[in-house]
Design a protein around this ligand. Structure first.
Ligand code: 5GP
Ligand code: ZN
Length: 116
């Protein structure tokens, strides 16, 4: 289900243009438009889940599928061997800005060891 004023729902519907890296019935991945690393992709379910707090049992297969897509994209974008980071910011203290569940895939350079 899509939410009309959600940026990422609009990207999934192609109402907002983006550089799409992968798409299937359940998932879409696109380049972050303010990249923090040479490879910075956002991988999202098309279904409007707000964040991990919405990932109840019925969505666990979806998240497994999504992480499989992340792994394949890491390989496709050439960072599987060099290494990469997968981040999902959750809620206000987690630094989440866009309220549609998304996983950042960051790589292509040595990332800071610090996470928090
Ligand atoms: P958050 O801080 O919510 O975890 O991350 C949101 C991410 O979405 C940010 O890295 C930001 O650059 C990216 N972003 C926000 N709006 C757009 C957009 O319209 N297009 C694309 N491609 N990325 C966006
Ligand atoms: Zn949405």
């Amino acid at each position: 289900m899509n939410v009309p004023d959600c940026i990422f729902c609009k990207i999934a519907l192609r109402e907002i243009p983006s550089e799409i890296a992968y798409e299937d019935d359940e998932i879409i991945a696109f380049k972050d438009n303010q990249p923090l690393a040479p490879v910075h992709l956002l991988i999202i379910p098309k279904n409007h889940l707000i964040n991990l707090n919405d990932v109840t049992l019925e969505y666990e297969n979806l998240i497994g599928h999504l992480l499989g897509v992340v792994r394949r994209l890491a390989s496709e974008f050439g960072v599987a061997e060099s290494g990469y980071r997968v981040v999902t910011n959750t809620g206000t203290d987690g630094g989440q800005v866009v309220g549609h569940l998304h996983f950042h895939l960051l790589g292509g350079q040595a990332l800071e060891a610090k996470i928090g």
